[in-house]
Design a protein around this ligand. Sequence first.
Ligand code: APR
Length: 239
Amino acid sequence: MGRARGLVARAQRIVVFTGAGMSAESGIPTFRDALTGLWERYDPEQLATEAGFRSDPPLVWSWYASRRQAIAGAAPNAGHRAIAALEPRKPGLLVVTQNVDGLHQRAGSGDVVELHGSILRVRCLAGCGVVERGWQDDPRSPPPCPSCGAPLRPDVVWFGELLPEEALRRAQRAAMRCDLMLVVGTSALVYPAAELPFLAARGGAQVLVVNPEPTEVDGIASASLHGPAGRLLPELLGG
Ligand code: APR
């Protein structure tokens, strides 16, 4: 822990890159953890693709409604709070997250790039441009787009879809410029997001991993802390 704390203390330009493990201790399941992971229990083809949504909108919509409810009932954990508390001491700190739960923002992080969108927004399936935060929520079926009448869909990135361009570009630029990338709670298996730690390392940054399990990123890491984010981040980032 001492060496890792030294890396944080010396860093000037920090990017914190997070995945589902960041929210695990808030009671939000990850995707690939054995037994508990969402993709261990549900079919991603059916629930996280546009084709899946088109073939059964009520099924997919009600699944997202149940996830939104779980997220509304959850709270940021000590790990989210430790990252937010670091911001005033490390001006320019950027959080780049694959999570769609909004827990970093609820913990007080001021600058968050959402690479995979947000479950707290919907957008028009037909792409007429409507994006909404508040909508008449019926968990049984998706509401119609107020502009063109097509179904509204969760504003998240589904498998086979491109990431929001501006978000990805901003994340890549920050990765190339940072001097420390803290990689928390991601299996680093889903691209292009998983490329970011390698981009940072190629740019000369130190990479620091927090994850109970080994991942692909350990190979390029200056230090890896194997344990839960909610316990380790307050110790690592505390003043
Ligand atoms: N603290 C830190 N890490 C944890 C914790 C914890 N308490 N609990 C689990 N983890 C780790 C796991 O060991 C695993 O490496 O979090 C990681 C979660 O990996 P995934 O479930 O694969 O989630 P993620 O990497 O965010 O998935 C990427 O895949 O399904 C798509 O769009 C979805 O954004 C998601 C993307």
